[in-house]
Design a protein around this ligand. Sequence first.
Ligand code: AMP
Ligand code: ZN
Length: 135
Amino acid sequence: MKDSNCIFCKIADGEIPSATLYEDEEFRVILDLNPATKGHCLILPKEHYANLFEIPEEVLGRAALVAKKIGTKLVNGLHASGLNVLQNNGVCAGQTVFHFHIHLIPRYEGDKMSVGWKPGTLTDEDRKEILEIFS
Ligand code: AMP
Ligand code: ZN
């Protein structure tokens, strides 16, 4: 399924041109237009899934393999020191384009990129509530 209002559907399909690093039947990997660091790219499935909750497990599995393959090539080719693999779901989590995508962000010593949070404290109440969901 494609969504005719979705920019990433159009990019993934090739209807809108993009700087493509990799393409197969199921995915296109493009350079992000507003990169966090040099080499920041996005893995786009060609089918439209809004987020992690909608993407089928087998497609997600293959996307992870693309992340490993392209992430490795990027890091080696750009002589980066590390890689963040990020994926946002929902406005409050920072998602701005509602077509599932995985960010690959090469990291360099001293770069200005930050993926930070203030460490909290795991309360007894939260631990109990969360463990109960999985029991
Ligand atoms: P997210 O905030 O996780 O939804 O990420 C959306 C990403 O898409 C951002 O990093 C944007 O810079 C990037 N982006 C938005 N529009 C385009 C576009 N037309 N081509 C390439 N990257 C884009
Ligand atoms: Zn889409």
